[in-house]
Design a binder for this molecule. Structure first.
Ligand code: NAD
Length: 374
């Protein structure tokens, strides 16, 4: 069995889906690994390091797609889609909700596609949870990125000339990314508040030493542990609480997402207008529609002196660390697909982690319940 690792070609994508460490472990599983030349360059991984770990370097995507299983960071582009073969396994962050036509296209090519974002958030799934590994880094980096645009200081500083007060940081959405942003801002000495709509988040915010601001609507957490979209009345109530708080904040980091839907708008134009010049808002949800009115992908929009930062693909801005964790997630996931005895491919639909992530099968069928009639 062979696993192929192409160089990622999407804009703003610097990560790679295997590292020398995971290549070595894949070889130990009895799997051969083909890595496209230069695939690790943007993570400071030279081809020779992959060779030393036991991989074969191949010159182009066509040679990579000769493998039985292809590891991707992002969904395949058009040229890669043309290389997908019947029965070939594709594993990656395929973003299926936003790319439903592509789910049909995997079926059209009879590829066996797995979207890792759909992995059930169970204890067993934790080691393969790409949303968590990447969101953790994105949450940390969002604080650093906000600071790049903040022209005051984060911690309180007592000097002979007087005291500089600590920055006030407000984190909106306290899932994996938000909690890491809270922890990072706290470590840097900020006074941190945070909001969410799930009851569990309220305790987690407090456990990190931040203060909860907001309100928890009835039944806002779904069975899967995710937030549901709020009703217009609930949204209005949330905005009322937030509007009063946000005008005194120096840095706002928004991370709120609803699986399968556009991100909720949490910061309105009026809220931005109420903030002090020099304040910074970082919209981590900018690529999924944005939590902040007026944010734009890849831009720093300035409104009345308030900077709204919309960096795309924030985890990729820490590509070596993000790849290290992502590659381990993939290694752990692929152990579910390799039969320990025969070393052959096995797709066990009885396994909830397989069932939860598999989009299509080798007969050309869409097998995931959420996309069957897409
Ligand atoms: P996410 O990326 O889907 O959303 C980010 C945060 O935004 C969430 O906390 C969500 O509640 C919040 N949010 C959504 N709408 C909001 C609104 N209108 N206002 C304020 N906040 C809003 O979330 P995530 O980080 O992927 O975490 C989702 C769930 O998965 C959580 O319950 C988390 O604890 C759980 N989880 C479990 C495991 C595990 O291994 N068991 C691992 C990771 C995450």
């Amino acid at each position: 069995m062979k696993i192929g690792v192409p160089k990622e070609r999407a804009a703003h994508e610097r990560r790679v889906a295997a590292t020398p460490e995971t290549v070595k472990k894949l070889k130990a599983l009895g799997v051969d690994v083909l890595v496209e030349a230069g695939a690790g360059a943007s993570c400071d991984i030279a081809d020779q390091l992959y060779v030393d770990a036991g991989a074969e370097i191949v010159p182009d995507p066509a040679a990579v797609f000769a493998a039985d299983i292809v590891f991707k960071v992002k969904r395949p582009d058009e040229s890669e889609m043309a290389l997908l073969r019947e029965g070939q396994v594709l594993v990656g962050q395929l973003d299926p909700y936003m790319n439903k036509d592509q789910v049909q296209a995997y079926a059209g090519r009879k590829a066996v596609a797995f979207a890792l974002e759909l992995l059930p958030r169970t204890t067993r799934g934790q080691a393969m949870d790409v949303l968590s590994s990447q969101a953790n880094l994105a949450g940390y980096k969002s604080v650093l990125d906000a600071l790049e645009h903040y022209t005051r200081v984060m911690p309180m500083m007592m000097t002979a000339a007087g005291t500089v007060t600590a920055a006030k940081v407000f984190v909106m959405g306290a899932g994996v990314a938000g909690l890491q942003a809270i922890a990072t801002a706290r470590r840097m000495g900020a006074v941190v508040t945070a909001t969410d709509v799930r009851p569990a988040a309220k305790e987690e915010i407090a456990s990190l030493g931040a203060k909860f601001v907001g309100f928890i609507p009835e039944g806002a957490a779904t069975a899967g542990g995710y937030a549901r979209a709020l009703t217009p009345e609930e949204q209005a109530k949330q905005k009322e609480v937030v509007a009063d708080h946000i005008k005194n904040q120096d840095i706002v980091i928004t991370t709120a997402l609803i699986p399968g839907r556009k991100a909720p708008v949490l910061v309105t134009e009026a809220m931005v207008a109420s903030m002090k010049p020099g304040s910074v808002i970082l919209d981590l949800a900018v690529e999924t529609g944005g939590n902040v009115e007026g944010s734009a992908v890849g831009e720093v929009v300035v409104k009345n002196g308030v900077k709204i930062v919309g960096n795309p693909n924030v985890a990729s801005r820490l590509a070596p660390a993000a790849s290290l964790l992502y590659a381990r997630n993939l290694l752990n996931f692929v152990t579910l697909l390799v039969d320990k005895e025969t070393k052959g491919l096995v797709v066990n639909r009885e396994d909830e982690l397989i069932k939860g992530t598999q989009l299509t099968d080798a007969t050309g069928a869409v097998v995931h319940d959420a996309f069957k009639s897409a």
